[in-house]
Design a binder for this molecule. Structure first.
Ligand SMILES: [Zn+2]
Length: 575
């Protein structure tokens, strides 16, 4: 292994394997070994209309194994029309029609072939179905597509892939890799909750590419938080995170994907794919950066963050928690209701759990703080009000806020900022209390509302109509939200992520986007610390007391001011 905390892994797709020569393999290997360091390869046997013959696979496998590289298999479950299959079906991305007998036979053959060569095989994230051909419509019957595809893919996973593979090679480990579009899995037969009983391990796409233009509009922070989500979904069975060069356009944007995947403690960093790396300046500094990260992670505990409940097969306010991650709020998303935490964040996605209101009641009554969004309130408001958890509701009106008032702060007035459209929240005065108002003219709406229930509290936070506007809310106002969500401390600013670990380690990373100059950043803690120490350089930043008033009571922090440069990874600890 080249690094202590993760393996560096490269994927060789079938079209590269198919055309590989011994000479090319040798020179490619030398490049990758020099600039990344190669621990492991996933070598693909099938994709689209390419099946790689055994001799070619063995030539590559033997060469790499002689170099000490671990070689596992890969399959991409795409296929072009072939003789025997029903022709002319419309399937996006050449995915399979899993009701077609010839295609079912084909995927079984593919699984058995790979199992005859490898002890571990990963399915690339085309293992979904969007087929709605006449045969699939007929087999679906009265079920909806989600239910039909769930049943179908459970059958295919067990009976056509995993069981046949294990029959050929009983010690084989079968891995299902999930794509970066978690919120849509269930529409296409991706069911991590069911599939964890069928497959041995999982893997996750962390390619965020260009957040502005990528089809799935993914905030950069996904490369961290989706790994954490899968770690919480399949504890200790998430194999790694997988990223690529596409739509990255800058070295920093490309490398950030690797950094965040590593900060999330993914066991493997998968570089997709082999030929994209060769002679690509994107990987020029990779080894230098991975060595730095490896040293930082050496003495670092387990990741921590704001527990965010995202049930399986859910959607709504998609990626909102990742946008909060871009504001410096560490997020620990999980499909398992995190009832042991002090604070839980509920975005609209949490409303897909039909029993969530009851769960919140139990959680808050015993002392928890539930932080819900306006999207969540819109979806579950009736139940929350019926249970007596809130009286607030979201009206049909919008407010273009140009002014903010932080109600607990004597100097908490911010005027004349560019308008941001918020939903209007109506509440009972003094039944609940607004921590921040947003307004224009002589009217305003609460942006953070607090009410009590039992021994706990419910905070409702207003989300702008365009979720990206969350980055435009003045920092003084988003700090209030940070103080509610992050009970042990927070960092001011935006385009910055704070990665926190249970041993007190803090990794800070400012993205190379927006304002790319060095900038003063305030880091606060509730601990009685005297200073913040840079764990790499040993520099000491003295801390000074900082007091704010929120919810009628003063909150005390120790604050350190640090200059942070975009693209530079820092590790700190309070001392
Ligand atoms: Zn079909």
């Amino acid at each position: 292994m080249h690094y202590k905390n993760f393996k560096t892994v490269v994927y060789i797709p079938a079209w590269i394997a198919f055309n590989m020569t011994p000479q090319k393999l040798e020179s490619d290997y030398e490049f990758i070994e020099k600039y990344i360091g190669l621990d492991k390869v996933y070598l693909e046997t099938h994709r689209d209309d390419i099946d790689v013959d055994r001799d070619k696979i063995m030539m590559i496998k033997n060469f790499l194994e002689d170099k000490g590289v671990v070689v596992s298999g890969g399959i991409t479950t795409t296929v072009c029309d072939f003789e025997g299959a029903e022709q002319g079906k419309r399937r996006l991305f050449n995915t399979f029609c899993y009701t077609d007998p010839a295609m079912r036979e084909k995927i079984k053959d593919m699984a058995e072939y790979a199992a005859g060569i490898f002890d571990e095989v990963i399915l690339d994230d085309f293992y979904f179905t969007d087929c709605s051909c006449e045969r699939c419509i007929k087999e679906k019957g009265d079920r909806d597509w989600v239910t039909f595809r769930k049943d179908l893919m459970n059958d295919v996973s067990k009976n056509l892939i995993v069981d046949p593979a294990k029959k050929i090679n009983p010690k084989i480990k079968m891995i299902v890799k999930y794509p970066n579009w978690r919120e849509s899995y269930h529409f296409t037969g991706y069911l991590p909750d069911d599939q964890q009983d069928i497959f041995d391990a999982t893997y996750i796409g962390t390619e965020t590419r260009s957040p502005k233009y990528a089809d799935q509009h993914l905030p950069e922070y996904l490369s961290y938080s989706l790994v954490r989500y899968m770690e919480n979904a399949w504890p200790r069975r998430n194999g790694g995170g997988w990223f690529d060069t596409y739509q990255c356009w800058s070295v920093d944007r490309y490398m950030e994907q690797a950094y965040l995947t590593a900060f999330a403690k993914a066991k493997e960093l998968m570089f997709f794919q082999w030929s994209d790396l060769i002679e690509n300046h994107f990987v020029g500094g990779m080894k230098i950066q991975l060595n730095k990260i490896d040293t930082m992670l050496d003495k670092t505990g387990e990741p921590t963050g704001v527990a965010t409940y995202i049930p399986y097969a859910s959607g709504g306010e998609n990626h909102l928690e990742m946008r909060l991650g871009m504001l410096g709020i560490p997020i620990e998303a999980t499909p398992v209701f995190p009832s042991d935490k002090k604070v839980i964040l509920f975005t609209e996605s949490a409303a897909c759990d039909e029993t969530v209101a009851e769960k919140i009641k139990g959680f808050v009554e015993t002392g928890g703080d539930a932080v819900i969004t306006t999207g969540f309130l819109r979806r579950t408001g009736d139940e929350l009000r019926k249970l007596g958890l809130t009286e607030a509701y979201v009206s049909d009106r919008k407010i273009a806020a140009t002014r903010y008032q932080i109600t607990g702060d004597e100097a908490g007035y911010i005027d004349n900022v560019k308008p941001i459209i918020f939903p209007e929240m109506i509440h009972g005065n003094n039944e609940s209390w607004s921590y921040i108002n947003g307004g224009d003219g002589d009217y305003h709406t609460p942006l953070i509302l607090m009410s009590t229930y039992g021994r706990g509290r419910i905070f409702t936070i207003s989300i702008p109509d365009n979720p990206s506007d969350i980055y435009r809310i003045p920092a003084h106002a988003t700090d209030v939200l940070k103080r509610i969500l992050c009970t042990s401390g927070y960092v001011s600013g935006k385009d910055i992520s704070m990665f926190t670990y249970d041993d007190g380690s803090i990794i800070l990373y400012r993205y190379v986007k927006g304002d790319i100059r060095p900038m003063h950043v305030n880091i606060c803690t509730t601990a009685q610390a005297g200073a913040l120490r840079d764990e790499v350089t040993g520099e000491i930043y003295p801390a000074m007391p900082y007091v704010t008033v929120e919810g009628f009571e003063p909150h005390q922090y120790m604050l350190a001011d640090v200059i942070i440069t975009p693209g530079v990874i820092r590790k700190f600890r309070w001392i």
